[in-house]
Design a protein around this ligand. Structure first.
Ligand code: DMJ
Length: 498
């Protein structure tokens, strides 16, 4: 019996008394010792979330992130004047965890203080995955129109970024003037694969909710450009010119700069209720090329995905690349014949390697990047790669692996992360990243990232919930872990997918 309900959209209206009803349902279904243990574990995650939220609210409400050591807020320069990244990122986690009072506080802030009339340079990608994704998920979970209208208003503001000769958007946009640029650090004015390739899920929902086909047209055009262009050995490089539509550099990575592009291919197919065959084919082809050219085994028997620089392999995996265990498992579920087992094995091996990167450190948290060369196995070799900023990718893979195999080791591994977070990242006023996972002497970075509330805590909580809480049949998680419903009823946006 499910511990909590949160299965289908229709069952989660924002009706008064909803939270009380949920708590009643929870207690009513507890029958076995295992269920008592699960209930207590999830209660622990709820307390972690409450601690993270309460401190943000106390010291930084309305800023983008909390600085938990200095007890103040951080604004940063990623969101172009938008504020409250932690509020928007936390909304659905608070709701799912049934933290009613805290959810109402967050909702009130969005209603009264979230200002969309801002002027400043924002990352198209970050605004989409955190703000648009967060608002959409809040709308789908609660049915509250306010979230929907803010998501649509913000979506409209992102459209000018697509005004380029190819329709491939630039990475930076001024939300006030609509002017857009490429990142200064991106070679030759290029756009980044993981950025323009991580809009599809949210934009299809924007069309669905507004009836305006423009959002779907923009992302379908990106797909067209990507399908037309020749790919070196079937691989997708990370840098593409929005002017010529050609690759600018041959750097391929399943970690940073490439990562969520692959994730959105398989999830586009799943979100379309498996109708978007083009996305599935692109995913299958990309994974085949990755398996052929990038998947390697270390001398010590650890499977990893290397990076590729114009044909030369860099034997390194970033923490970001650790999401791929979960993604490959999700795709394997739907692969045919021998491939199903082969991909499931690959997913399990990569997740194991990422777990090793955690268990080989003194803090039991993983570094930003780890290497497999000169006798090194799954450990960071450079000082600059030893930090952990509360990232979710490893626990994200534990969640998918747990849901798809029910091997208890994934829950055990998740619990190890919780213990390490409590020991090394919890400070007086929230959770902080650490600068070196290989020392237990505290060296905090004074930042509680918004994705800690959106993703890390949500994935950990779901890891200990029953499978029908946000089931993988009914929901896909965007790359910031915001749940979006699968289109079981063929929404209008799909017209152009066929
Ligand atoms: C998040 O914002 C998203 O998961 C994104 O896809 C990658 N980076 C962070 C978390 O590490």
């Amino acid at each position: 019996m499910p511990l909590i309900h949160l299965r289908k959209r229709e069952e989660t209206p924002g009706n008064p008394g909803y939270f009380e009803e949920q708590m009643f349902c929870r207690l009513q279904y507890i029958r076995t010792e295992q269920q008592v243990a699960l209930f207590l574990t999830s209660f622990f995650f709820v307390q972690m979330m409450k601690f993270a939220w309460d401190n943000y609210k106390l010291y930084a409400l309305g800023k983008n992130e909390l600085r938990p050591l200095t007890k103040n807020g951080h604004i940063g320069n990623m969101f172009g004047g938008l504020r409250g990244a932690t509020v928007i990122d936390a909304l659905d986690t608070l709701y799912i965890m049934e933290l009613e009072e805290e959810f109402q506080e967050a909702k009130k802030w969005v209603e009264k203080s979230f200002d969309l009339n801002v002027n400043g340079e924002a990352s198209l990608f970050e605004v989409n995955i955190r703000y648009v994704g967060g608002l959409l998920a809040a709308y789908y979970l609660t049915g509250e129109e306010m979230f929907k209208s803010k998501a649509l208003e913000l979506g409209e503001k992102l459209l000018p970024a697509f005004n380029t000769p190819t329709g491939i958007p630039r990475g930076v946009i001024n939300l006030g003037s609509g002017m857009s640029w490429s990142w200064g650090w991106a070679s030759a004015g290029s756009s980044i694969l993981a950025e323009f390739g991580t809009l599809h899920l949210e934009f299809l929902h924007l069309t669905e909710l507004s009836g305006n086909p423009v959002f779907t047209e923009k992302v379908m055009n990106i797909r067209k450009v990507l399908n037309r262009i020749e790919k070196p050995q079937g691989l997708y490089p990370n840098f593409l010119s929005p002017v010529t539509g050609n690759w600018v550099q041959h750097h391929v990575s399943i970690g940073g700069l490439g990562d969520s592009f692959y994730e959105y291919l398989i999830k586009s197919w799943l979100m379309s209720d498996k109708r978007d065959a083009e996305a599935k084919k692109m995913y299958d082809d990309a994974l085949e090329a990755i398996e052929k050219h990038l998947v390697k085994k270390s001398a010590g028997g650890l499977t990893y995905i290397a990076e590729w620089r114009g044909g030369i392999l860099d034997h390194k995996m970033g923490h970001l690349a650790c999401f791929s265990g979960g993604m490959i498992a999700l795709g394997a579920e739907h692969a045919g014949g021998e491939q199903k087992q082969q991909h499931m094995d690959l997913a399990a091996e990569i997740t194991h390697t990422c777990h090793e990167s955690y268990s080989r450190s003194d803090t039991k948290l993983g570094p930003e990047a780890f290497r497999f060369d000169s006798g090194t196995e799954a450990t960071a070799t450079r000082l600059s790669e030893r930090y952990y900023i509360l990232r979710p990718e490893v626990v994200e893979s534990y969640l998918y692996m747990w849901r798809l195999t029910h091997d208890p080791k994934y829950r055990q591994w998740g619990w190890e992360v919780v213990q390490a977070l409590e020991k090394h990242c919890r400070v007086e006023a929230g959770y902080s990243g650490i600068r070196d996972v290989y020392t237990t002497t505290p060296n905090h970075d004074n930042m509680q990232q918004s994705f800690f509330l959106a993703e890390t805590l949500k994935y950990l909580y779901l890891l200990f919930c029953e499978d029908d809480v946000l089931s993988l049949e009914d929901w896909v998680f965007n790359t910031e872990a915001h749940p979006l419903p699968v289109n079981h009823t063929n929404f209008k946006a799909k017209a152009s997918v066929h």
